[in-house]
Design a protein around this ligand. Structure first.
Ligand code: SF4
Ligand code: SF4
Length: 359
C-alpha cells in the first residue's frame, strides 16, 4: 500500500501545468456487487451538482461526457455500451473510470459468472466486471472507486461470502497507477456522501485540466481533507461525551457511545458536512455511526448497536471527570444567567467607574 501526501502532491504553491485536457469522458460502471446506492446518492450532490459539472457550469473544468446507466439518455443496450467498447479498444480517450460495487473473484465462479456488463460480441458470453477492469483500467487516465464496496469490498466481502469479493485496490493492486499517473482514488461510504464524491471528482477534473495538483490521498487512498478527522471530532453530541453524559436509548439527544456508536475511531466527515445540503449526518440526527466508510466494515463493527469494546474503558474513565465538570459548569451557568449588580436605577453609580478620569 502506498500513500500520496499533500507535500508529494505539491498542494503548496502549485502553479498548474497549463497543458491539461479540454474534454474528459467519465465511464461509470456500477455492475460490481452493489445496490447502485452510490449513483442514487450522487444525484443529491450540490457542491457541485453533477448536472452543473456535465452542463459546463463549473469554470475551468474540461467538458465532461458522462456514461452512467441511471443518468444515461440512451435506451441502454449496445447504444449505452458503445463508449465502453470504444474505450476498451483505444478509440475513446481520455477517460476517468468510475467503479461502483465490489469486485467478485471470477476465478471461483464455477460454471457461471458473478457479474455481467454486456455480452462478448464474438462468443455471446457475459462480460464480467474483472474482464472490463483488465481492458479499461490500464487505459484510464484516472480510476475512482465510489463507495465502500468498490473501495474495500464492503458488505459483499463479509466473512463467509461465496463470491470472494474484494475492493478495487485488492484487485488492481495497491500500487496501481493509472495512465495519468494517479493511484486509485477511493471515496468510501455506504453509500458515498454525495458531495464527498463530487468534490473529489471535481478536484480530479481540475487536475486533468492542468489547473490543480493531484488530490492528496492517505494510506488507504482516501482524500486526506475529507477523511482526516473522526466522526467524533465533528459530532454535535461530542460535548455530552466530554461531560460523561450518555444516552441509554435512541430517543435521547445525548452521546450514543453506549448504544453502539463507533464515531470516536471512524474516519468520516459526515457529521460536519451533513448529508444533503448540510442537513443530516448520522449521529447528529439520531443514528449511531456504524463505521460504513472504514476498510474493516462491516465485520469489525458488528453486531451493530452493541457498545464498542473500547468504549467500556473510555466511557468509564470519562464518567467521573465528566460528572464533576458538568456539576461545576452547572453552578457557573447559574451565575452566568444573572445580570451584574451595578445595573439598577438608584441615584448612585455602583459600576466601579473611577471619577479621577473625569475632565
Ligand atoms: S454520538 Fe458517537 S460520535 Fe457523537 S459524541 Fe457520542 S460517541 Fe462521539
Ligand atoms: S457517520 Fe459513520 S455511519 Fe455515518 S456515513 Fe460516516 S462512517 Fe458511515
Amino acid at each position: 500500500m502506498t500513500g500520496v501526501s499533500a507535500v508529494e502532491a505539491g498542494v503548496n504553491g502549485y502553479a498548474g501545468t497549463g497543458d491539461g485536457f479540454e474534454e474528459m469522458h467519465i465511464l461509470w460502471i456500477s455492475e460490481g456487487m452493489s445496490c447502485d446506492g452510490d449513483t442514487v446518492s450522487v444525484t443529491a450532490a450540490s457542491q457541485p451538482a453533477i448536472e452543473d459539472v456535465i452542463g459546463g457550469l463549473v469554470p475551468g473544468l474540461p467538458k465532461v461526457h458522462l456514461y452512467n446507466k441511471v443518468l444515461s439518455p440512451t435506451l441502454g443496450g449496445e447504444e449505452f455500451l458503445a463508449p465502453f467498447r470504444a474505450a476498451a479498444s483505444g478509440d475513446l480517450e481520455p477517460f476517468i473510470l468510475v467503479i461502483e460495487g465490489s469486485v467478485p473473484n471470477e476465478k471461483i465462479n464455477g460454471d457461471g459468472y458473478w457479474t455481467s456488463f454486456g455480452n462478448d460480441p464474438v462468443t455471446g458470453e457475459p462480460m464480467t466486471l474483472d474482464r472490463w477492469l483488465d481492458m479499461l483500467a490500464p487505459r484510464a487516465w484516472a480510476v475512482v472507486a465510489i463507495g465502500t464496496c468498490a473501495a474495500y469490498g464492503g458488505i459483499h466481502a463479509m466473512a463467509g461470502n461465496p463470491t470472494g469479493c474484494m475492493g478495487l485496490a485488492d484487485y488492481l493492486g495497491w500500487d496501481f497507477r493509472s495512465a495519468g499517473g494517479l493511484p486509485i482514488v477511493n471515496i468510501p461510504g455506504c453509500p458515498v456522501q454525495p458531495d464527498n464524491f463530487m468534490e473529489t471528482l471535481t478536484w480530479v477534473l481540475y487536475h486533468a485540466a492542468g489547473a490543480a495538483p493531484p488530490p492528496p490521498l492517505d494510506d488507504m487512498l482516501r482524500p486526506q481533507w475529507l477523511f482526516g478527522k473522526t466522526v467524533h471530532e465533528g459530532c454535535d453530541r461530542a460535548a455530552y461525551y466530554e461531560q460523561g453524559d450518555f444516552s441509554t436509548d435512541y430517543n435521547s439527544p445525548k452521546c450514543q457511545v453506549k448504544i453502539g456508536c463507533w464515531g470516536p475511531v471512524v474516519n468520516c466527515n459526515v457529521p460536519k458536512r451533513g448529508w444533503m445540503g448540510g442537513v443530516g449526518g448520522c449521529p447528529n440526527v439520531g443514528g449511531i455511526c456504524i463505521a460504513c466508510t472504514m476498510p474493516g466494515f462491516p465485520d469489525k463493527f458488528m453486531p451493530f448497536m452493541d457498545m464498542p469494546p473500547g468504549a467500556h474503558l473510555s466511557s468509564a474513565l470519562i464518567k467521573p471527570y465528566g460528572a464533576f465538570i458538568r456539576r461545576l459548569r452547572g453552578i457557573t451557568n447559574i451565575t452566568a444567567n444573572k445580570e451584574p449588580k451595578w445595573r439598577h436605577d438608584r441615584e448612585l453609580l455602583t459600576s466601579g467607574y473611577d471619577p479621577r478620569w473625569r475632565p
